[in-house]
Design a protein around this ligand. Sequence first.
Ligand SMILES: [Zn+2]
Length: 314
Amino acid sequence: MYRYALILPLMAAPALASEDIPDQYPQSVLYEKPVQVIPNVYSAIGATAPPTYENAGHNNNLSFIVTGDGVIVVNSGANYALSKALHDEIKTLTDQPVKLVINENGQGHAMLGNNYWTEQGIDILAHVDAAEEFEANSYQILEGMKGYARDNAEGTVAQGPTITFEDSYTIDMGEMHIEVLHLGPAHSPGDIQVWLPEQKLVIAGDIAFHERMPPIFADTCTSCWLETWETAFEPLGATYVIPGHGHPTNMPMVRKGTYDYLTYLRGKIGEHLENGGSLDDAYYVDQSPFAHLDTFEELATKNAGVVYAEMEFE
Ligand SMILES: [Zn+2]
């Protein structure tokens, strides 16, 4: 690997992620201190790596919008400690109270910190499918998180959303007009997008990945994900994208890391199926054009197997 040789001269560039970069904010349980993406919109960027004790499960983006009349948080993080740490950061930036928390989907790192916020009487908004997914799996994901986060898991109790929606949920708060959207099936049940049409910024959730390989789950429909992308996500016309994972960027970059990857992998698996290839060999289709992405080693072969199982019956 010549990764270090490539990265060291670039270390001064702020918008570069690598799973080899250790904790960026040792004073806090957060992996990185929140950065201001555009005026009044901030994000604490998670490690582009699997969850570990060292990153405390902060391996996705925890964002917030300072509206002028209250703060809206997107994602409660993988545990109580992360929610509290994010709240501490918010308090150093504004006196406005947090008024709503939004969960990007039903995964642990979107929802497990919820009980920190509900303890303070703050509502949690999520898509109805995300609520169901969390409800069904909360015991398992809570125990899984306790396994790696250890003392950082303290205080965490599984708490689902207090408000759910199906298609969209509009918020006008302070100077901000915010549309919380479910554009269609993507990475996991109940994926939502937080769209600021006036600022042309989307907090995309897990429809969009950057700098790390997207994981494809057994219940992920990759053809649906691509369709949602083409028919609804790309047409938003976002200038700024805060992806589910990786640094804030723009549409061409998340298209490369997500849409182009899914299209490429489906192409390779499709060819393999046409040639009568088996599942055993499908794991090893060539994914080298995406080998530079973080979590490649953990996910590439798994993704290939899942896409094979999906495409076998198309
Ligand atoms: Zn995620």
